[in-house]
Design a protein. Structure first.
Length: 397
């Protein structure tokens, strides 16, 4: 029976697991309930299972009956600090926590793929590592799992690694999208504190006002993006938080702001880390102030290996037929910690449309929205793609 049909047959159980995880979302690196559900779903399967030490990860290794290489499949498991407003029957029962990025689907699909692949264990020419990962949303869970040895869990490094991500908008339900090269941006954080000297707002010349200098920095960062970076190697900087002062007639001592910096190449990222702090401290000094500017690297660029991305596109075409896959023209400005895996192992990250059929993908709420909805109809497709990528990649060697 084709893998797709097998996935359809267990779609109800995959949806049940997804809904259970969705109802009780957990945030960060410690997801004990989610981990328990994954372990229960894998119970009885012929897998070597280990759990994380510093985080509630699950690593499962399936050794096929025939010799061959190792392939890694990854699904992330964590939720976001968002209060759900979808009104779905399986909506989050935890105020302030929601699976608004669809990681509940990834977890359930990966568990489904483990079942399908375990059923083919005897004929499997190699080994599959299933990487159930906490802490994607800002906690670098993938880096922690690499540190705890997920890439060596089978005793031999994987030849390829694949990750899937659902999207509540843009792509129609069931349509896959990937591309060779940069797939998602690097995301770094800029933290700035401008130190002035407070005083009476009517006598600014007797104080050292940090606010105009901080405003100048915000504008100068945008000018820097257009003057210092190649337009074909894009950079995005957004100041998302800006705080200073308490009232209209007091000059504060300090102004603080936070920005995110997105880039798509190591060169642009290195230049950002060098230029941003210099621009900030030089503007402060031009006004007789001082400033602390910290450039903290977070997630690297998610770079798809060209051959693996092509293999994924071919697998989608072969397994799902025409019209179900697209090669994305541009990368996405979001970021992913699967990038840490792809720095070590060639592979591909694939997006999967999960927009409900009654919504227009072009204006449906995005991932991370309190009203984002991911349709269960994508579950069998994602499960089948995980399994197909492993089966076909192992058969290639
Ligand atoms: Zn997210
Ligand atoms: Zn995500």
């Amino acid at each position: 029976m084709p893998v797709r049909d097998e996935a359809e047959k267990i779609a109800g159980e995959i949806a049940e697991l997804r809904h259970a995880i969705h109802r009780e979302p957990e945030i960060g690196l410690d997801l004990p309930k989610t981990q328990r559900r994954v372990l229960d779903a894998l119970d009885g399967l012929p897998l070597e299972i280990s759990t994380g030490r510093a985080l509630s990860s699950v690593t499962a290794v399936l050794r096929g009956g025939r010799p061959g290489p190792v392939v890694l499949l990854r699904g992330d498991m964590d939720a976001l600090p968002v209060t759900e407003e979808t009104g779905l029957p399986y909506a989050s029962a935890v105020p302030g926590a929601m699976h608004a990025c669809g990681h509940d689907l990834h977890t359930a699909m990966l568990a489904g793929a483990a079942r399908l692949l375990c059923a083919r264990q005897a004929d499997l020419p190699g080994t599959v590592i299933f990487m159930f990962q906490p802490g994607e949303e800002g906690y670098a869970g993938a880096r922690h799992m690499i540190g705890e040895g997920v890439l060596d869990a089978a005793g031999q490094r994987p030849v390829a690694a694949y990750g899937l991500h659902v999207t509540s908008n843009k792509l129609p339900c069931g349509v896959f999208s990937t591309r060779p090269g940069p797939m998602l941006a690097a995301a770094d954080q800029i933290t700035v504190t401008v130190h002035g000297r407070g005083g009476h707002a009517s006598q600014p010349h007797r104080a050292a006002d940090p606010i105009p200098a901080a405003c100048e920095m915000v504008i100068a960062l945008q000018t820097m993006v257009t003057r210092k970076f190649d337009v074909f190697d894009p950079v995005v900087i957004t100041v998302g938080s800006f705080h200073a002062g308490t009232t209209d007639n007091v000059i504060p001592d300090q102004a603080r702001f936070l920005a995110t910096a997105r880039s798509y190449s190591a060169a642009a990222r290195t230049a950002l880390a060098d230029l941003v702090p210099r621009l900030i401290t030089d503007i402060a000094s031009a006004h007789g102030l001082t400033a602390d500017a910290e450039y903290a690297t977070e997630y690297p660029v998610t770079v798809n290996d060209a051959a693996e991305a092509e293999f994924a596109v071919q697998t989608i075409a072969d397994a799902f037929g025409p019209g179900r896959g697209e090669t994305a023209e541009f990368p996405i400005t979001g970021a992913e910690d699967f990038s840490f895996v792809l720095e070590e192992v060639p592979g591909a990250f694939v997006m999967l449309g999960a927009c409900p059929p009654d919504r227009d993908p072009q204006d449906a709420p995005t991932n991370h929205s309190a009203v984002a909805v991911f349709d269960d109809a994508a579950l069998a497709d994602g499960t089948a793609l995980y399994a197909e990528l492993a089966l076909r990649r192992l058969a290639m060697e």
